[in-house]
Ligand binder design. Sequence first.
Ligand SMILES: NC(=O)C1=CN([C@@H]2O[C@H](COP(=O)(O)OP(=O)(O)OC[C@H]3O[C@@H](n4cnc5c(N)ncnc54)[C@H](O)[C@@H]3O)[C@@H](O)[C@H]2O)C=CC1
Ligand SMILES: O=C([O-])CC(=O)C(=O)O
Length: 264
Amino acid sequence: MKKIMMIGFGAMAREVISRLPDGVSIGWVVARPHHHQAIQQALGHGVQAIEHPSACQERPDLVLECASQKAVHEFGEFILNSGWKLALISTGALADKPLFQRLVQAEQRHQGELIVLSGAVAGMDGLASAREGGLDSVTYTSNKSPASWRGSPAEKLVDLDNVTEPVVFFEGSARDAAQQFPANANVAATVALMGIGMDLTKVKLRVDPHTSRNTHTIFAAGTFGEFHIELNGNPLPTNPKTSTLAALSAVQVCRRLVDGGLVA
Ligand SMILES: NC(=O)C1=CN([C@@H]2O[C@H](COP(=O)(O)OP(=O)(O)OC[C@H]3O[C@@H](n4cnc5c(N)ncnc54)[C@H](O)[C@@H]3O)[C@@H](O)[C@H]2O)C=CC1
Ligand SMILES: O=C([O-])CC(=O)C(=O)O
């Protein structure tokens, strides 16, 4: 049985736990103390609710971050310095240059592994392949409902309660998008990491009052030719900001623990 550590116990973590493949179990959940009782009630006493990964006395087969960019700042280095595998869903944390450098150094020094989950988007394998031949431009657009953008800085840029037509309210680099919209624009960072980087990847963020889906569109052009990917994702019923596919990408990395790397 593979035993993993989950960071976070929100919408995505719960979805992932409900879909864990056979042969994978949760050993530890890292969460704020006020969530510990709910975690023990939901998962039983075979699972330890802890405040920091350092409270774990064993070596998890994988640490799955499904929490926030802040959690990557708080725990990422400790996990990689321990030589553990860390799969990130809050990939926008890597837009912070000093943190990115510290995590890569920790990974290299201690034979840990930092895995960038594909999350809510698809085509990252093709984008990474295209990069090998040289990419001229990559543009990523995120289109979501007003409910998805609530609680983000979009509230100051557009009237989310009364918007009647689609509006692009942010245009800029992937680095700025990921840092300014930490709960909504991790995909911008993922696309940047797989393609031409945080500063050259162009990002548009759009609110659309006529949709209930999270639509991710990527245009990439380079030596290989061009591609255009559009993915219409269903949000999780428990969090309109978060696409179901993002949770499934975390389930998939768990499946690889039992099925091996070549099984998709
Ligand atoms: N890469 C991608 O494609 C996607 C990434 N995401 C990101 O995934 C993460 C999880 O999403 P959801 O579960 O929907 O969010 P959520 O808000 O429903 O749950 C997050 C949970 O993590 C906990 N948490 C946050 N920071 C923590 C910390 N420092 N220490 C301990 N617990 C902490 C919160 O208390 C909350 O229970 C978010 O950062 C979100 O932006 C979401 C969708 C797509
Ligand atoms: O789930 C999504 O559609 C994308 C998302 O929240 C993110 O990029 O952070």
